[in-house]
Design a protein around this ligand. Sequence first.
Ligand code: SF4
Ligand code: SF4
Length: 203
Amino acid sequence: MKLPKIRELIEAIKAVIKGPYTSKFPKVMPTLHPNFRGQPKFNDQKCVGCGACREVCPAGAIDYKDIIDGRKVPTRVMIHYTDTCIFCGECEANCLADKEGIKLSTDWELSFFDRSQAQESIDKELQLCEICGATIACRDHLKWIVQRIGELSFSSPTLYLSRLRNLGIIDQNIISALRDHGRSDRVKILCARCRRETTLTAE
Ligand code: SF4
Ligand code: SF4
């Protein structure tokens, strides 16, 4: 009979002493490695709805939908598709909100019967142009820009009026009944096109 090699013998003895390497799932949950990467989760308090994570996601697992009608406030729905995600962590690494808007979690139990359940979403309020009603950005994103550039935000009516709205001093998301692009419209929250028209072409 061929004798086992010393190394194999040592491994066999260790295995007998330590017990099985697997856990008795689902009765006993496995212990995760500290570097384990699980499902990314949005943090709706930190995410500003900028969409940068969608741009960097190599698997197309992040998307957003802007819903203007049928809701109390215009909303950007940020969606993460669990079944497409490859848990690479690029979204967290490139998150505009100091890597806090979306973070890898330790959630690994992702089985489901209905594929429509394989997604998670958060809602972010949108800021619309006061003249044409086009989407400008999420309100938290404008707030984030204002905080970053400080007093420079007073050079842009869109930014300083957003600031006043966040303080509750002026009304929310009003779209003007007047479609003229007059010079008086320059002190409004405007999209880039309406800003250009009111600044360059209006009388
Ligand atoms: S972990 Fe990677 S694949 Fe998953 S959502 Fe983030 S960037 Fe996309
Ligand atoms: S703040 Fe971060 S998580 Fe939110 S949309 Fe921007 S990049 Fe994505």
